[in-house]
Every structure is written in structure tokens, then in C-alpha cells.
Design a binder for this molecule. Structure first.
Ligand SMILES: Nc1nc2c(ncn2[C@@H]2O[C@H](COP(=O)(O)OP(=O)(O)OP(=O)(O)O)[C@@H](O)[C@H]2O)c(=O)[nH]1
Ligand SMILES: [Mg+2]
Length: 223
């Protein structure tokens, strides 16, 4: 009788231990299995931030001057000249190493077929550089609509708007650009800068923020 009681106690304990082990194993299995793009993205972003990388997303309508700007920022490429950039059919990537961190610039082409993918890249982005062709007066409303569509996705994302091609005779001024892009309506919660810029004939980017180094410093402050 006593032996039977011992056996039943031992069996109960064994079943309980097995149950716990099964529960822990299943829990572990499902935790690993339950994947969400958001969780995956957060892990990647955290890892990159730990390694001191910051992403600068460069967007703007086709022909605005995004690739030209990246070329002019690329060390060792001073010979980049106007008219040498081809339309970006997909991505364009460039990295700049600063003492504090690495700035990873990612341009996505501005063609109509690529614009629909722009917002997918905002989640990984620390600062948006939005390039506008100041001389393309006809498409300013489109440039504004695309910018506002992007900014609705992330109300806090810092933005630098580059009013490019200021060298062109028909370019709108910075204050006209501010008005045409309705920047006051999107600047409330975010840090937003509007700079006039032009690619010099020798390929160097000039902007109203006192040169290239200051432009980089501004980005480093914002990321
Ligand atoms: N006059 C003038 N031309 C410029 C300036 N910046 C760029 N360009 C010219 O504008 C054209 C388009 O420049 P890109 O840099 O290819 O434009 P993008 O924004 O990268 O265009 P996509 O890749 O098609 O989205 C090129 O012929 C450039 O040389 C500028 O400040 N002034
Ligand atoms: Mg390009």
C-alpha cells in the first residue's frame, strides 16, 4: 500500500516535471517562430545604432539633383560635373565616416514608379534630406504633395529640404519655396531646415548653410 502511494507520488511528480518542460519548450519554440516585420526591423535598427551607423534618406522628384548631391559629398570625387549623373533606377548608396558615427546616405530614385516605395524606408531613417529642383516651378505642387505624404508617416522625423539648382535663372527663392512647399504646416513637431543649394560647375555642392562641412555637421546634429 505504502509502495503504491510512493509510486503514485513519483508518477505525479514526473508528469508535472514533464508538463513544465513541455511548456517551456513550446514557449521557446513559439517565441522564436512568432516573427513580425516590426520586431525584425527594430532589432536591425538597434544593431546598426549600436555600431554607430545613422541613415540619411535622400528623396525628391526625378531630376531634382539627389545623385549629384551625393557625388559632391563623396570624398575623392571632386571631378563630378553637372550632367554626369544618370537617372537612378533603384538605389544609390554612399557612406561618410565622421568621428562620432557613420552617415549612410541612401538615395531612392525619384521616378514615378519608385516613389511608392519611398515611405517603406522611413522606418530605418534618422534624417530625411528632401531635394527639390527650385527651377521646376511646374512640379513644385507635386514635390510638395510627395513631401507631405512622407512626413505624415513620421511626425517627428528631422528633415532638411534642399532647394537645389539655385544657379538657374528661373529658380524660385528660398522664401518662395518655403511657401510653395507649405513647410510651416509640417514644421511644428519636427526639426526642419530649408537650405538653398546649387551644384557648382565644378561639381561641388554649395548651400546656404555655409558649405559642405557645415551641411554635414547639421546632419550629424540631427541624426
Ligand atoms: N544647373 C544645375 N543642374 C543641376 C544641379 N544639380 C543637379 N543638376 C543636374 O540635374 C540633372 C539631374 O540630376 P540628378 O542628380 O541625376 O537627379 P536625381 O534627383 O538623382 O534624379 P533621379 O535619380 O532620376 O531621381 C543632372 O543633369 C545634373 O547635372 C544644380 O544645382 N544646378
Ligand atoms: Mg539619382
Amino acid at each position: 500500500m505504502v509502495l503504491l502511494r510512493h509510486i503514485s507520488i513519483a508518477l505525479t511528480a514526473a508528469v508535472a516535471a514533464l508538463g513544465s518542460a513541455l511548456f517551456i519548450a513550446l514557449n521557446y519554440f513559439y517565441r522564436r517562430r512568432m516573427w513580425s516585420p516590426e520586431a525584425e526591423y527594430c532589432t536591425i535598427k538597434e544593431e546598426e545604432e549600436e555600431r554607430g551607423k545613422r541613415q540619411v534618406l535622400v528623396l525628391g522628384l526625378d531630376g531634382a539633383g539627389k545623385s549629384s548631391m551625393l557625388q559632391s559629398l563623396t570624398p575623392g570625387q571632386p571631378e563630378a560635373k553637372r550632367g554626369q549623373c544618370r537617372p537612378t533606377r533603384g538605389f544609390n548608396f554612399m557612406s561618410l565616416s565622421a568621428p562620432a558615427c557613420q552617415l549612410d546616405f541612401l538615395e531612392i530614385g525619384g521616378g514615378e514608379d519608385l516613389r511608392r516605395y519611398w515611405s517603406d524606408y522611413l522606418r530605418k531613417t534618422h534624417v530625411l534630406v528632401y531635394v527639390v529642383d527650385s527651377s521646376d516651378r511646374r512640379r513644385l505642387p507635386l514635390a510638395k504633395a510627395e513631401l507631405h505624404r512622407l512626413l505624415r508617416v513620421d511626425p517627428q522625423l528631422p528633415v532638411v529640404v534642399l532647394g537645389n539648382k539655385q544657379d538657374k535663372p528661373n529658380a524660385v527663392s528660398v522664401s518662395e519655396l518655403h511657401e510653395a512647399l507649405s513647410l510651416s504646416s509640417v514644421a511644428e513637431e519636427r526639426r526642419l531646415f530649408l537650405l538653398a543649394a546649387q551644384l557648382g560647375a565644378e561639381g561641388a555642392l554649395r548651400n546656404s548653410y555655409h558649405g559642405l562641412q557645415a551641411f554635414q555637421d547639421l546632419l550629424l546634429q540631427l541624426v
